[in-house]
Design a protein. Sequence first.
Lengths: 510, 394
Amino acid sequence: MEQDAILEIKNVTKEFPGVTALSDVSIDIRKGEIHGLCGENGAGKSTLMKILCGVYPFGTYSGDIVYKGKILRLSSDSIHQAMREGIAIVYQELTLIPLMTVGENIYLGKEPRIGPSVNWHKLYSDAGEVLNRYKLPVEPHEVVKYLGVGQMQMTEIAKALSEDADVLILDEPTSALSEAEVDKLMEILRTLKALGVTCIYISHKLEEFFRITDTVTVLRDGKVVTTQPTKALSMEKLVSLMVGREMKERFPKGNRKPGEVFMRVKGLRATDPEDPAREVIKGVDFELRKGEILGIAGLMGSGRTELVTTIFGEYGLLTGGTIELDGKQITIKSAREAMRHGISLVPEDRKRQGLVLIQTILKNISLPNLDKFSGFMRINGHAEIAEAEKFSKSLSIKTPSVHVAAESLSGGNQQKVVISKWLMSEPKILILDDPTRGIDVGAKFEIYKLMNQLAESGYAIIMISSELEEVLGMSDRVMVMWEGRSNGTLGIAEATQEKIMARATGVEIA
Amino acid sequence: MTAFRKNIRSYILVIALVVIWLGFGVAQPAYLSADHIQDIFMQMAIIAIMACGMVFVIVTGGIDLSVGFGAGFVSVVAAALLYYRVLDGPLAAMGLSGPTLEIVVALCVILIGIALGTLIGMLQGAIIAFLLVPPFITTLGGFNIWKSGILMVTGGKSLFISSNDTYKFISQGRIPQIAGLVIAGLAVVILFVMLFRGRARKQKYGIQVQSLTWELVRTGIFAILIFGYVFIVNGASVPGVPFLVLILSAIAILMSYVSNNTRFGRYAYAIGGNREAARLSGISIKKSLFSVYVTMGALMGVSGVALAAYVGSGTTAAGGGYELDVIASCILGGTSTLGGEGTVFGAVIGALIMQSLSNGLQMLNVNSNLQYMIKGVVLILAVWADITMKKKKA
């Protein structure tokens, strides 16, 4: 099989001051295959990808990358050079310009020209051709802002493939996609494969490897653990290879005893703050008990995030319905009021909404809680540090001290900082919006354990999740959202993936 | 040692300042004379006072272009009050006379000036925070409005403050030599008391303390600097610490404290670092931004009052171009124009560096046409060096 390798990574070692990110990594990527790459955060996946696309240029690592039989030498400003060689990458975070059209985005930086001016006709016809060839259902004239996340991703893929890429690297492409969009992506990958494109597929969602990949390489601590045909692996096997220990259960068993109803939401309706004519929440009912975890499932765009942000007082105008807390009707118009009622929200996007990345762990944790440490004017800095350190320890945030900038932490530890900051505000209700997105298996497990502990000690927890398995694994009850409505709540005993999907897609209506 | 790394930028700034002084001092020994050292600090004080407020504005991701003519407007209003003796009549009617009258008039003008600055800050802050007009636009508008205001108040002529020497003391006076020593002594005692109290409190909360020697050495260096400065200026031909420098020191210490130890300061940094995260943490963005511009306005008022006293008159061009010097000082002192980063200490040193450069170039008889160019190049080089250093660290 050696001879049909399109890309051979040979004994690559990459060192940073004090850390070896990759040590003696060798992987053969065969032409036309979909090669999965999995490993915990910090295992070296991103470093490897950055070498392949030239972020870390030739000469900054030892070992060789052999591409189509020749040693690949990418120079330092080589993002475009890698593309010209035929290696394209779709990053986890979308890199599109929202106010431009799909076509403009695809040809950004390489617009076809007549003399000094852009040849718009050619640009759009070429863009249409690329989208057609790879069967991507997006219209080139559409403005990116108005696309769904799934379609944005397709635009990203088209952009990557627009220069006839032979190797396409996908870095966690599904982290923001709904189940239906994931299905669509899988279909697109199969089309690409049929057209002879080689794919390197990075993901944290293990089941995806079994759906789509031919071969899987597992990285751990910068070393290759194994490269095996996917058929020879199982989910449990993969998990244990990644973490280096057997992980019997992906979801820790809790000992939760849900108590009396604490919050009751009835007929809640709310409009889009950007467009007050558009109703986004169109009637939601649910109850939340003390000591339980209520899962909220639903497709992307079903209004899950909007619902919890509305309850937290930071979304659009309430147009109907009531929120009752402990039997009393309340209105919440800002995050501060929500906090006063004992409601905390760990938002969906920890980097954009949860953290001030350039600030220290300490300042992030204490940000919503400064009132606690303040007299008339002055903040008691010592009490603040002591309290933050307490949380840092009890949530085992891996850091030398609380004076380290949040941006230097791994995703899982960043999420723990966000959770700490909200636990410090002593809430009664903790809302977690997709708390394990983009976090590695080990850190996920710790967050699950933490959720169990919190629920056991009486917190009422709402957890939104894009992963059905997570919803089923962690919730006591599951509320399903469909087109801005609540479409029934299922007890965990009766809930199955099929039933949830049927409700989430409106096939079954409560 | 993390504390050291965090402060590395401040240390580099101080080193840069020392290098500049030594360089000019070798080329022109008069540069390091007591008289000139006294001068540099007096000349930079008005810019530095505003820089203490501008740091907060820039940290929130904003800008204030109106501070130059805003301070100028305050200065001509103050000058007009004194020139036309607006307050003398009513106050004399209340039975005041002689030196008492002069002092009360001066105090009233000071208060009116600061209040006027604060009012300007409130107006612009409200437009920015509540009406959501971008800071750049709002304060560019303010720039023109206060420029007009200056012309209207002065009527195109200079208003000389000949009636009130007490008022001019603000910017031209020196405090008695013995008072300077006493204040320096008090400051040093407070520094050491704070050091030991801080250590005791840290231990009470179970927080690790730095080695005592290191902290003593650091505080000791500060003490030497304070006393050194007082001794030098006490030997100048008009001896004593300039009153204006004392005001600047008080403001800088206060604002530096505010930046780190109050909600106001912390919220400003959080908003600049990530506005969305700050909002979702329950911070009222509007209130915070409003207070930042009000603070800027108050300090602009102080500067305007000082400006009139410094020049001894209200002139038609008062404060013109100051806004850019204030912004440059902040940036030179490490404030990021992207928001979220910057220190009051850095901004003051930045102002000092700018002043030291211009004075040095003047003393070396560098063609004045060239001086602006050199200052411009230094600013760009400094920021470039800062960016390069950050990249290496990452």
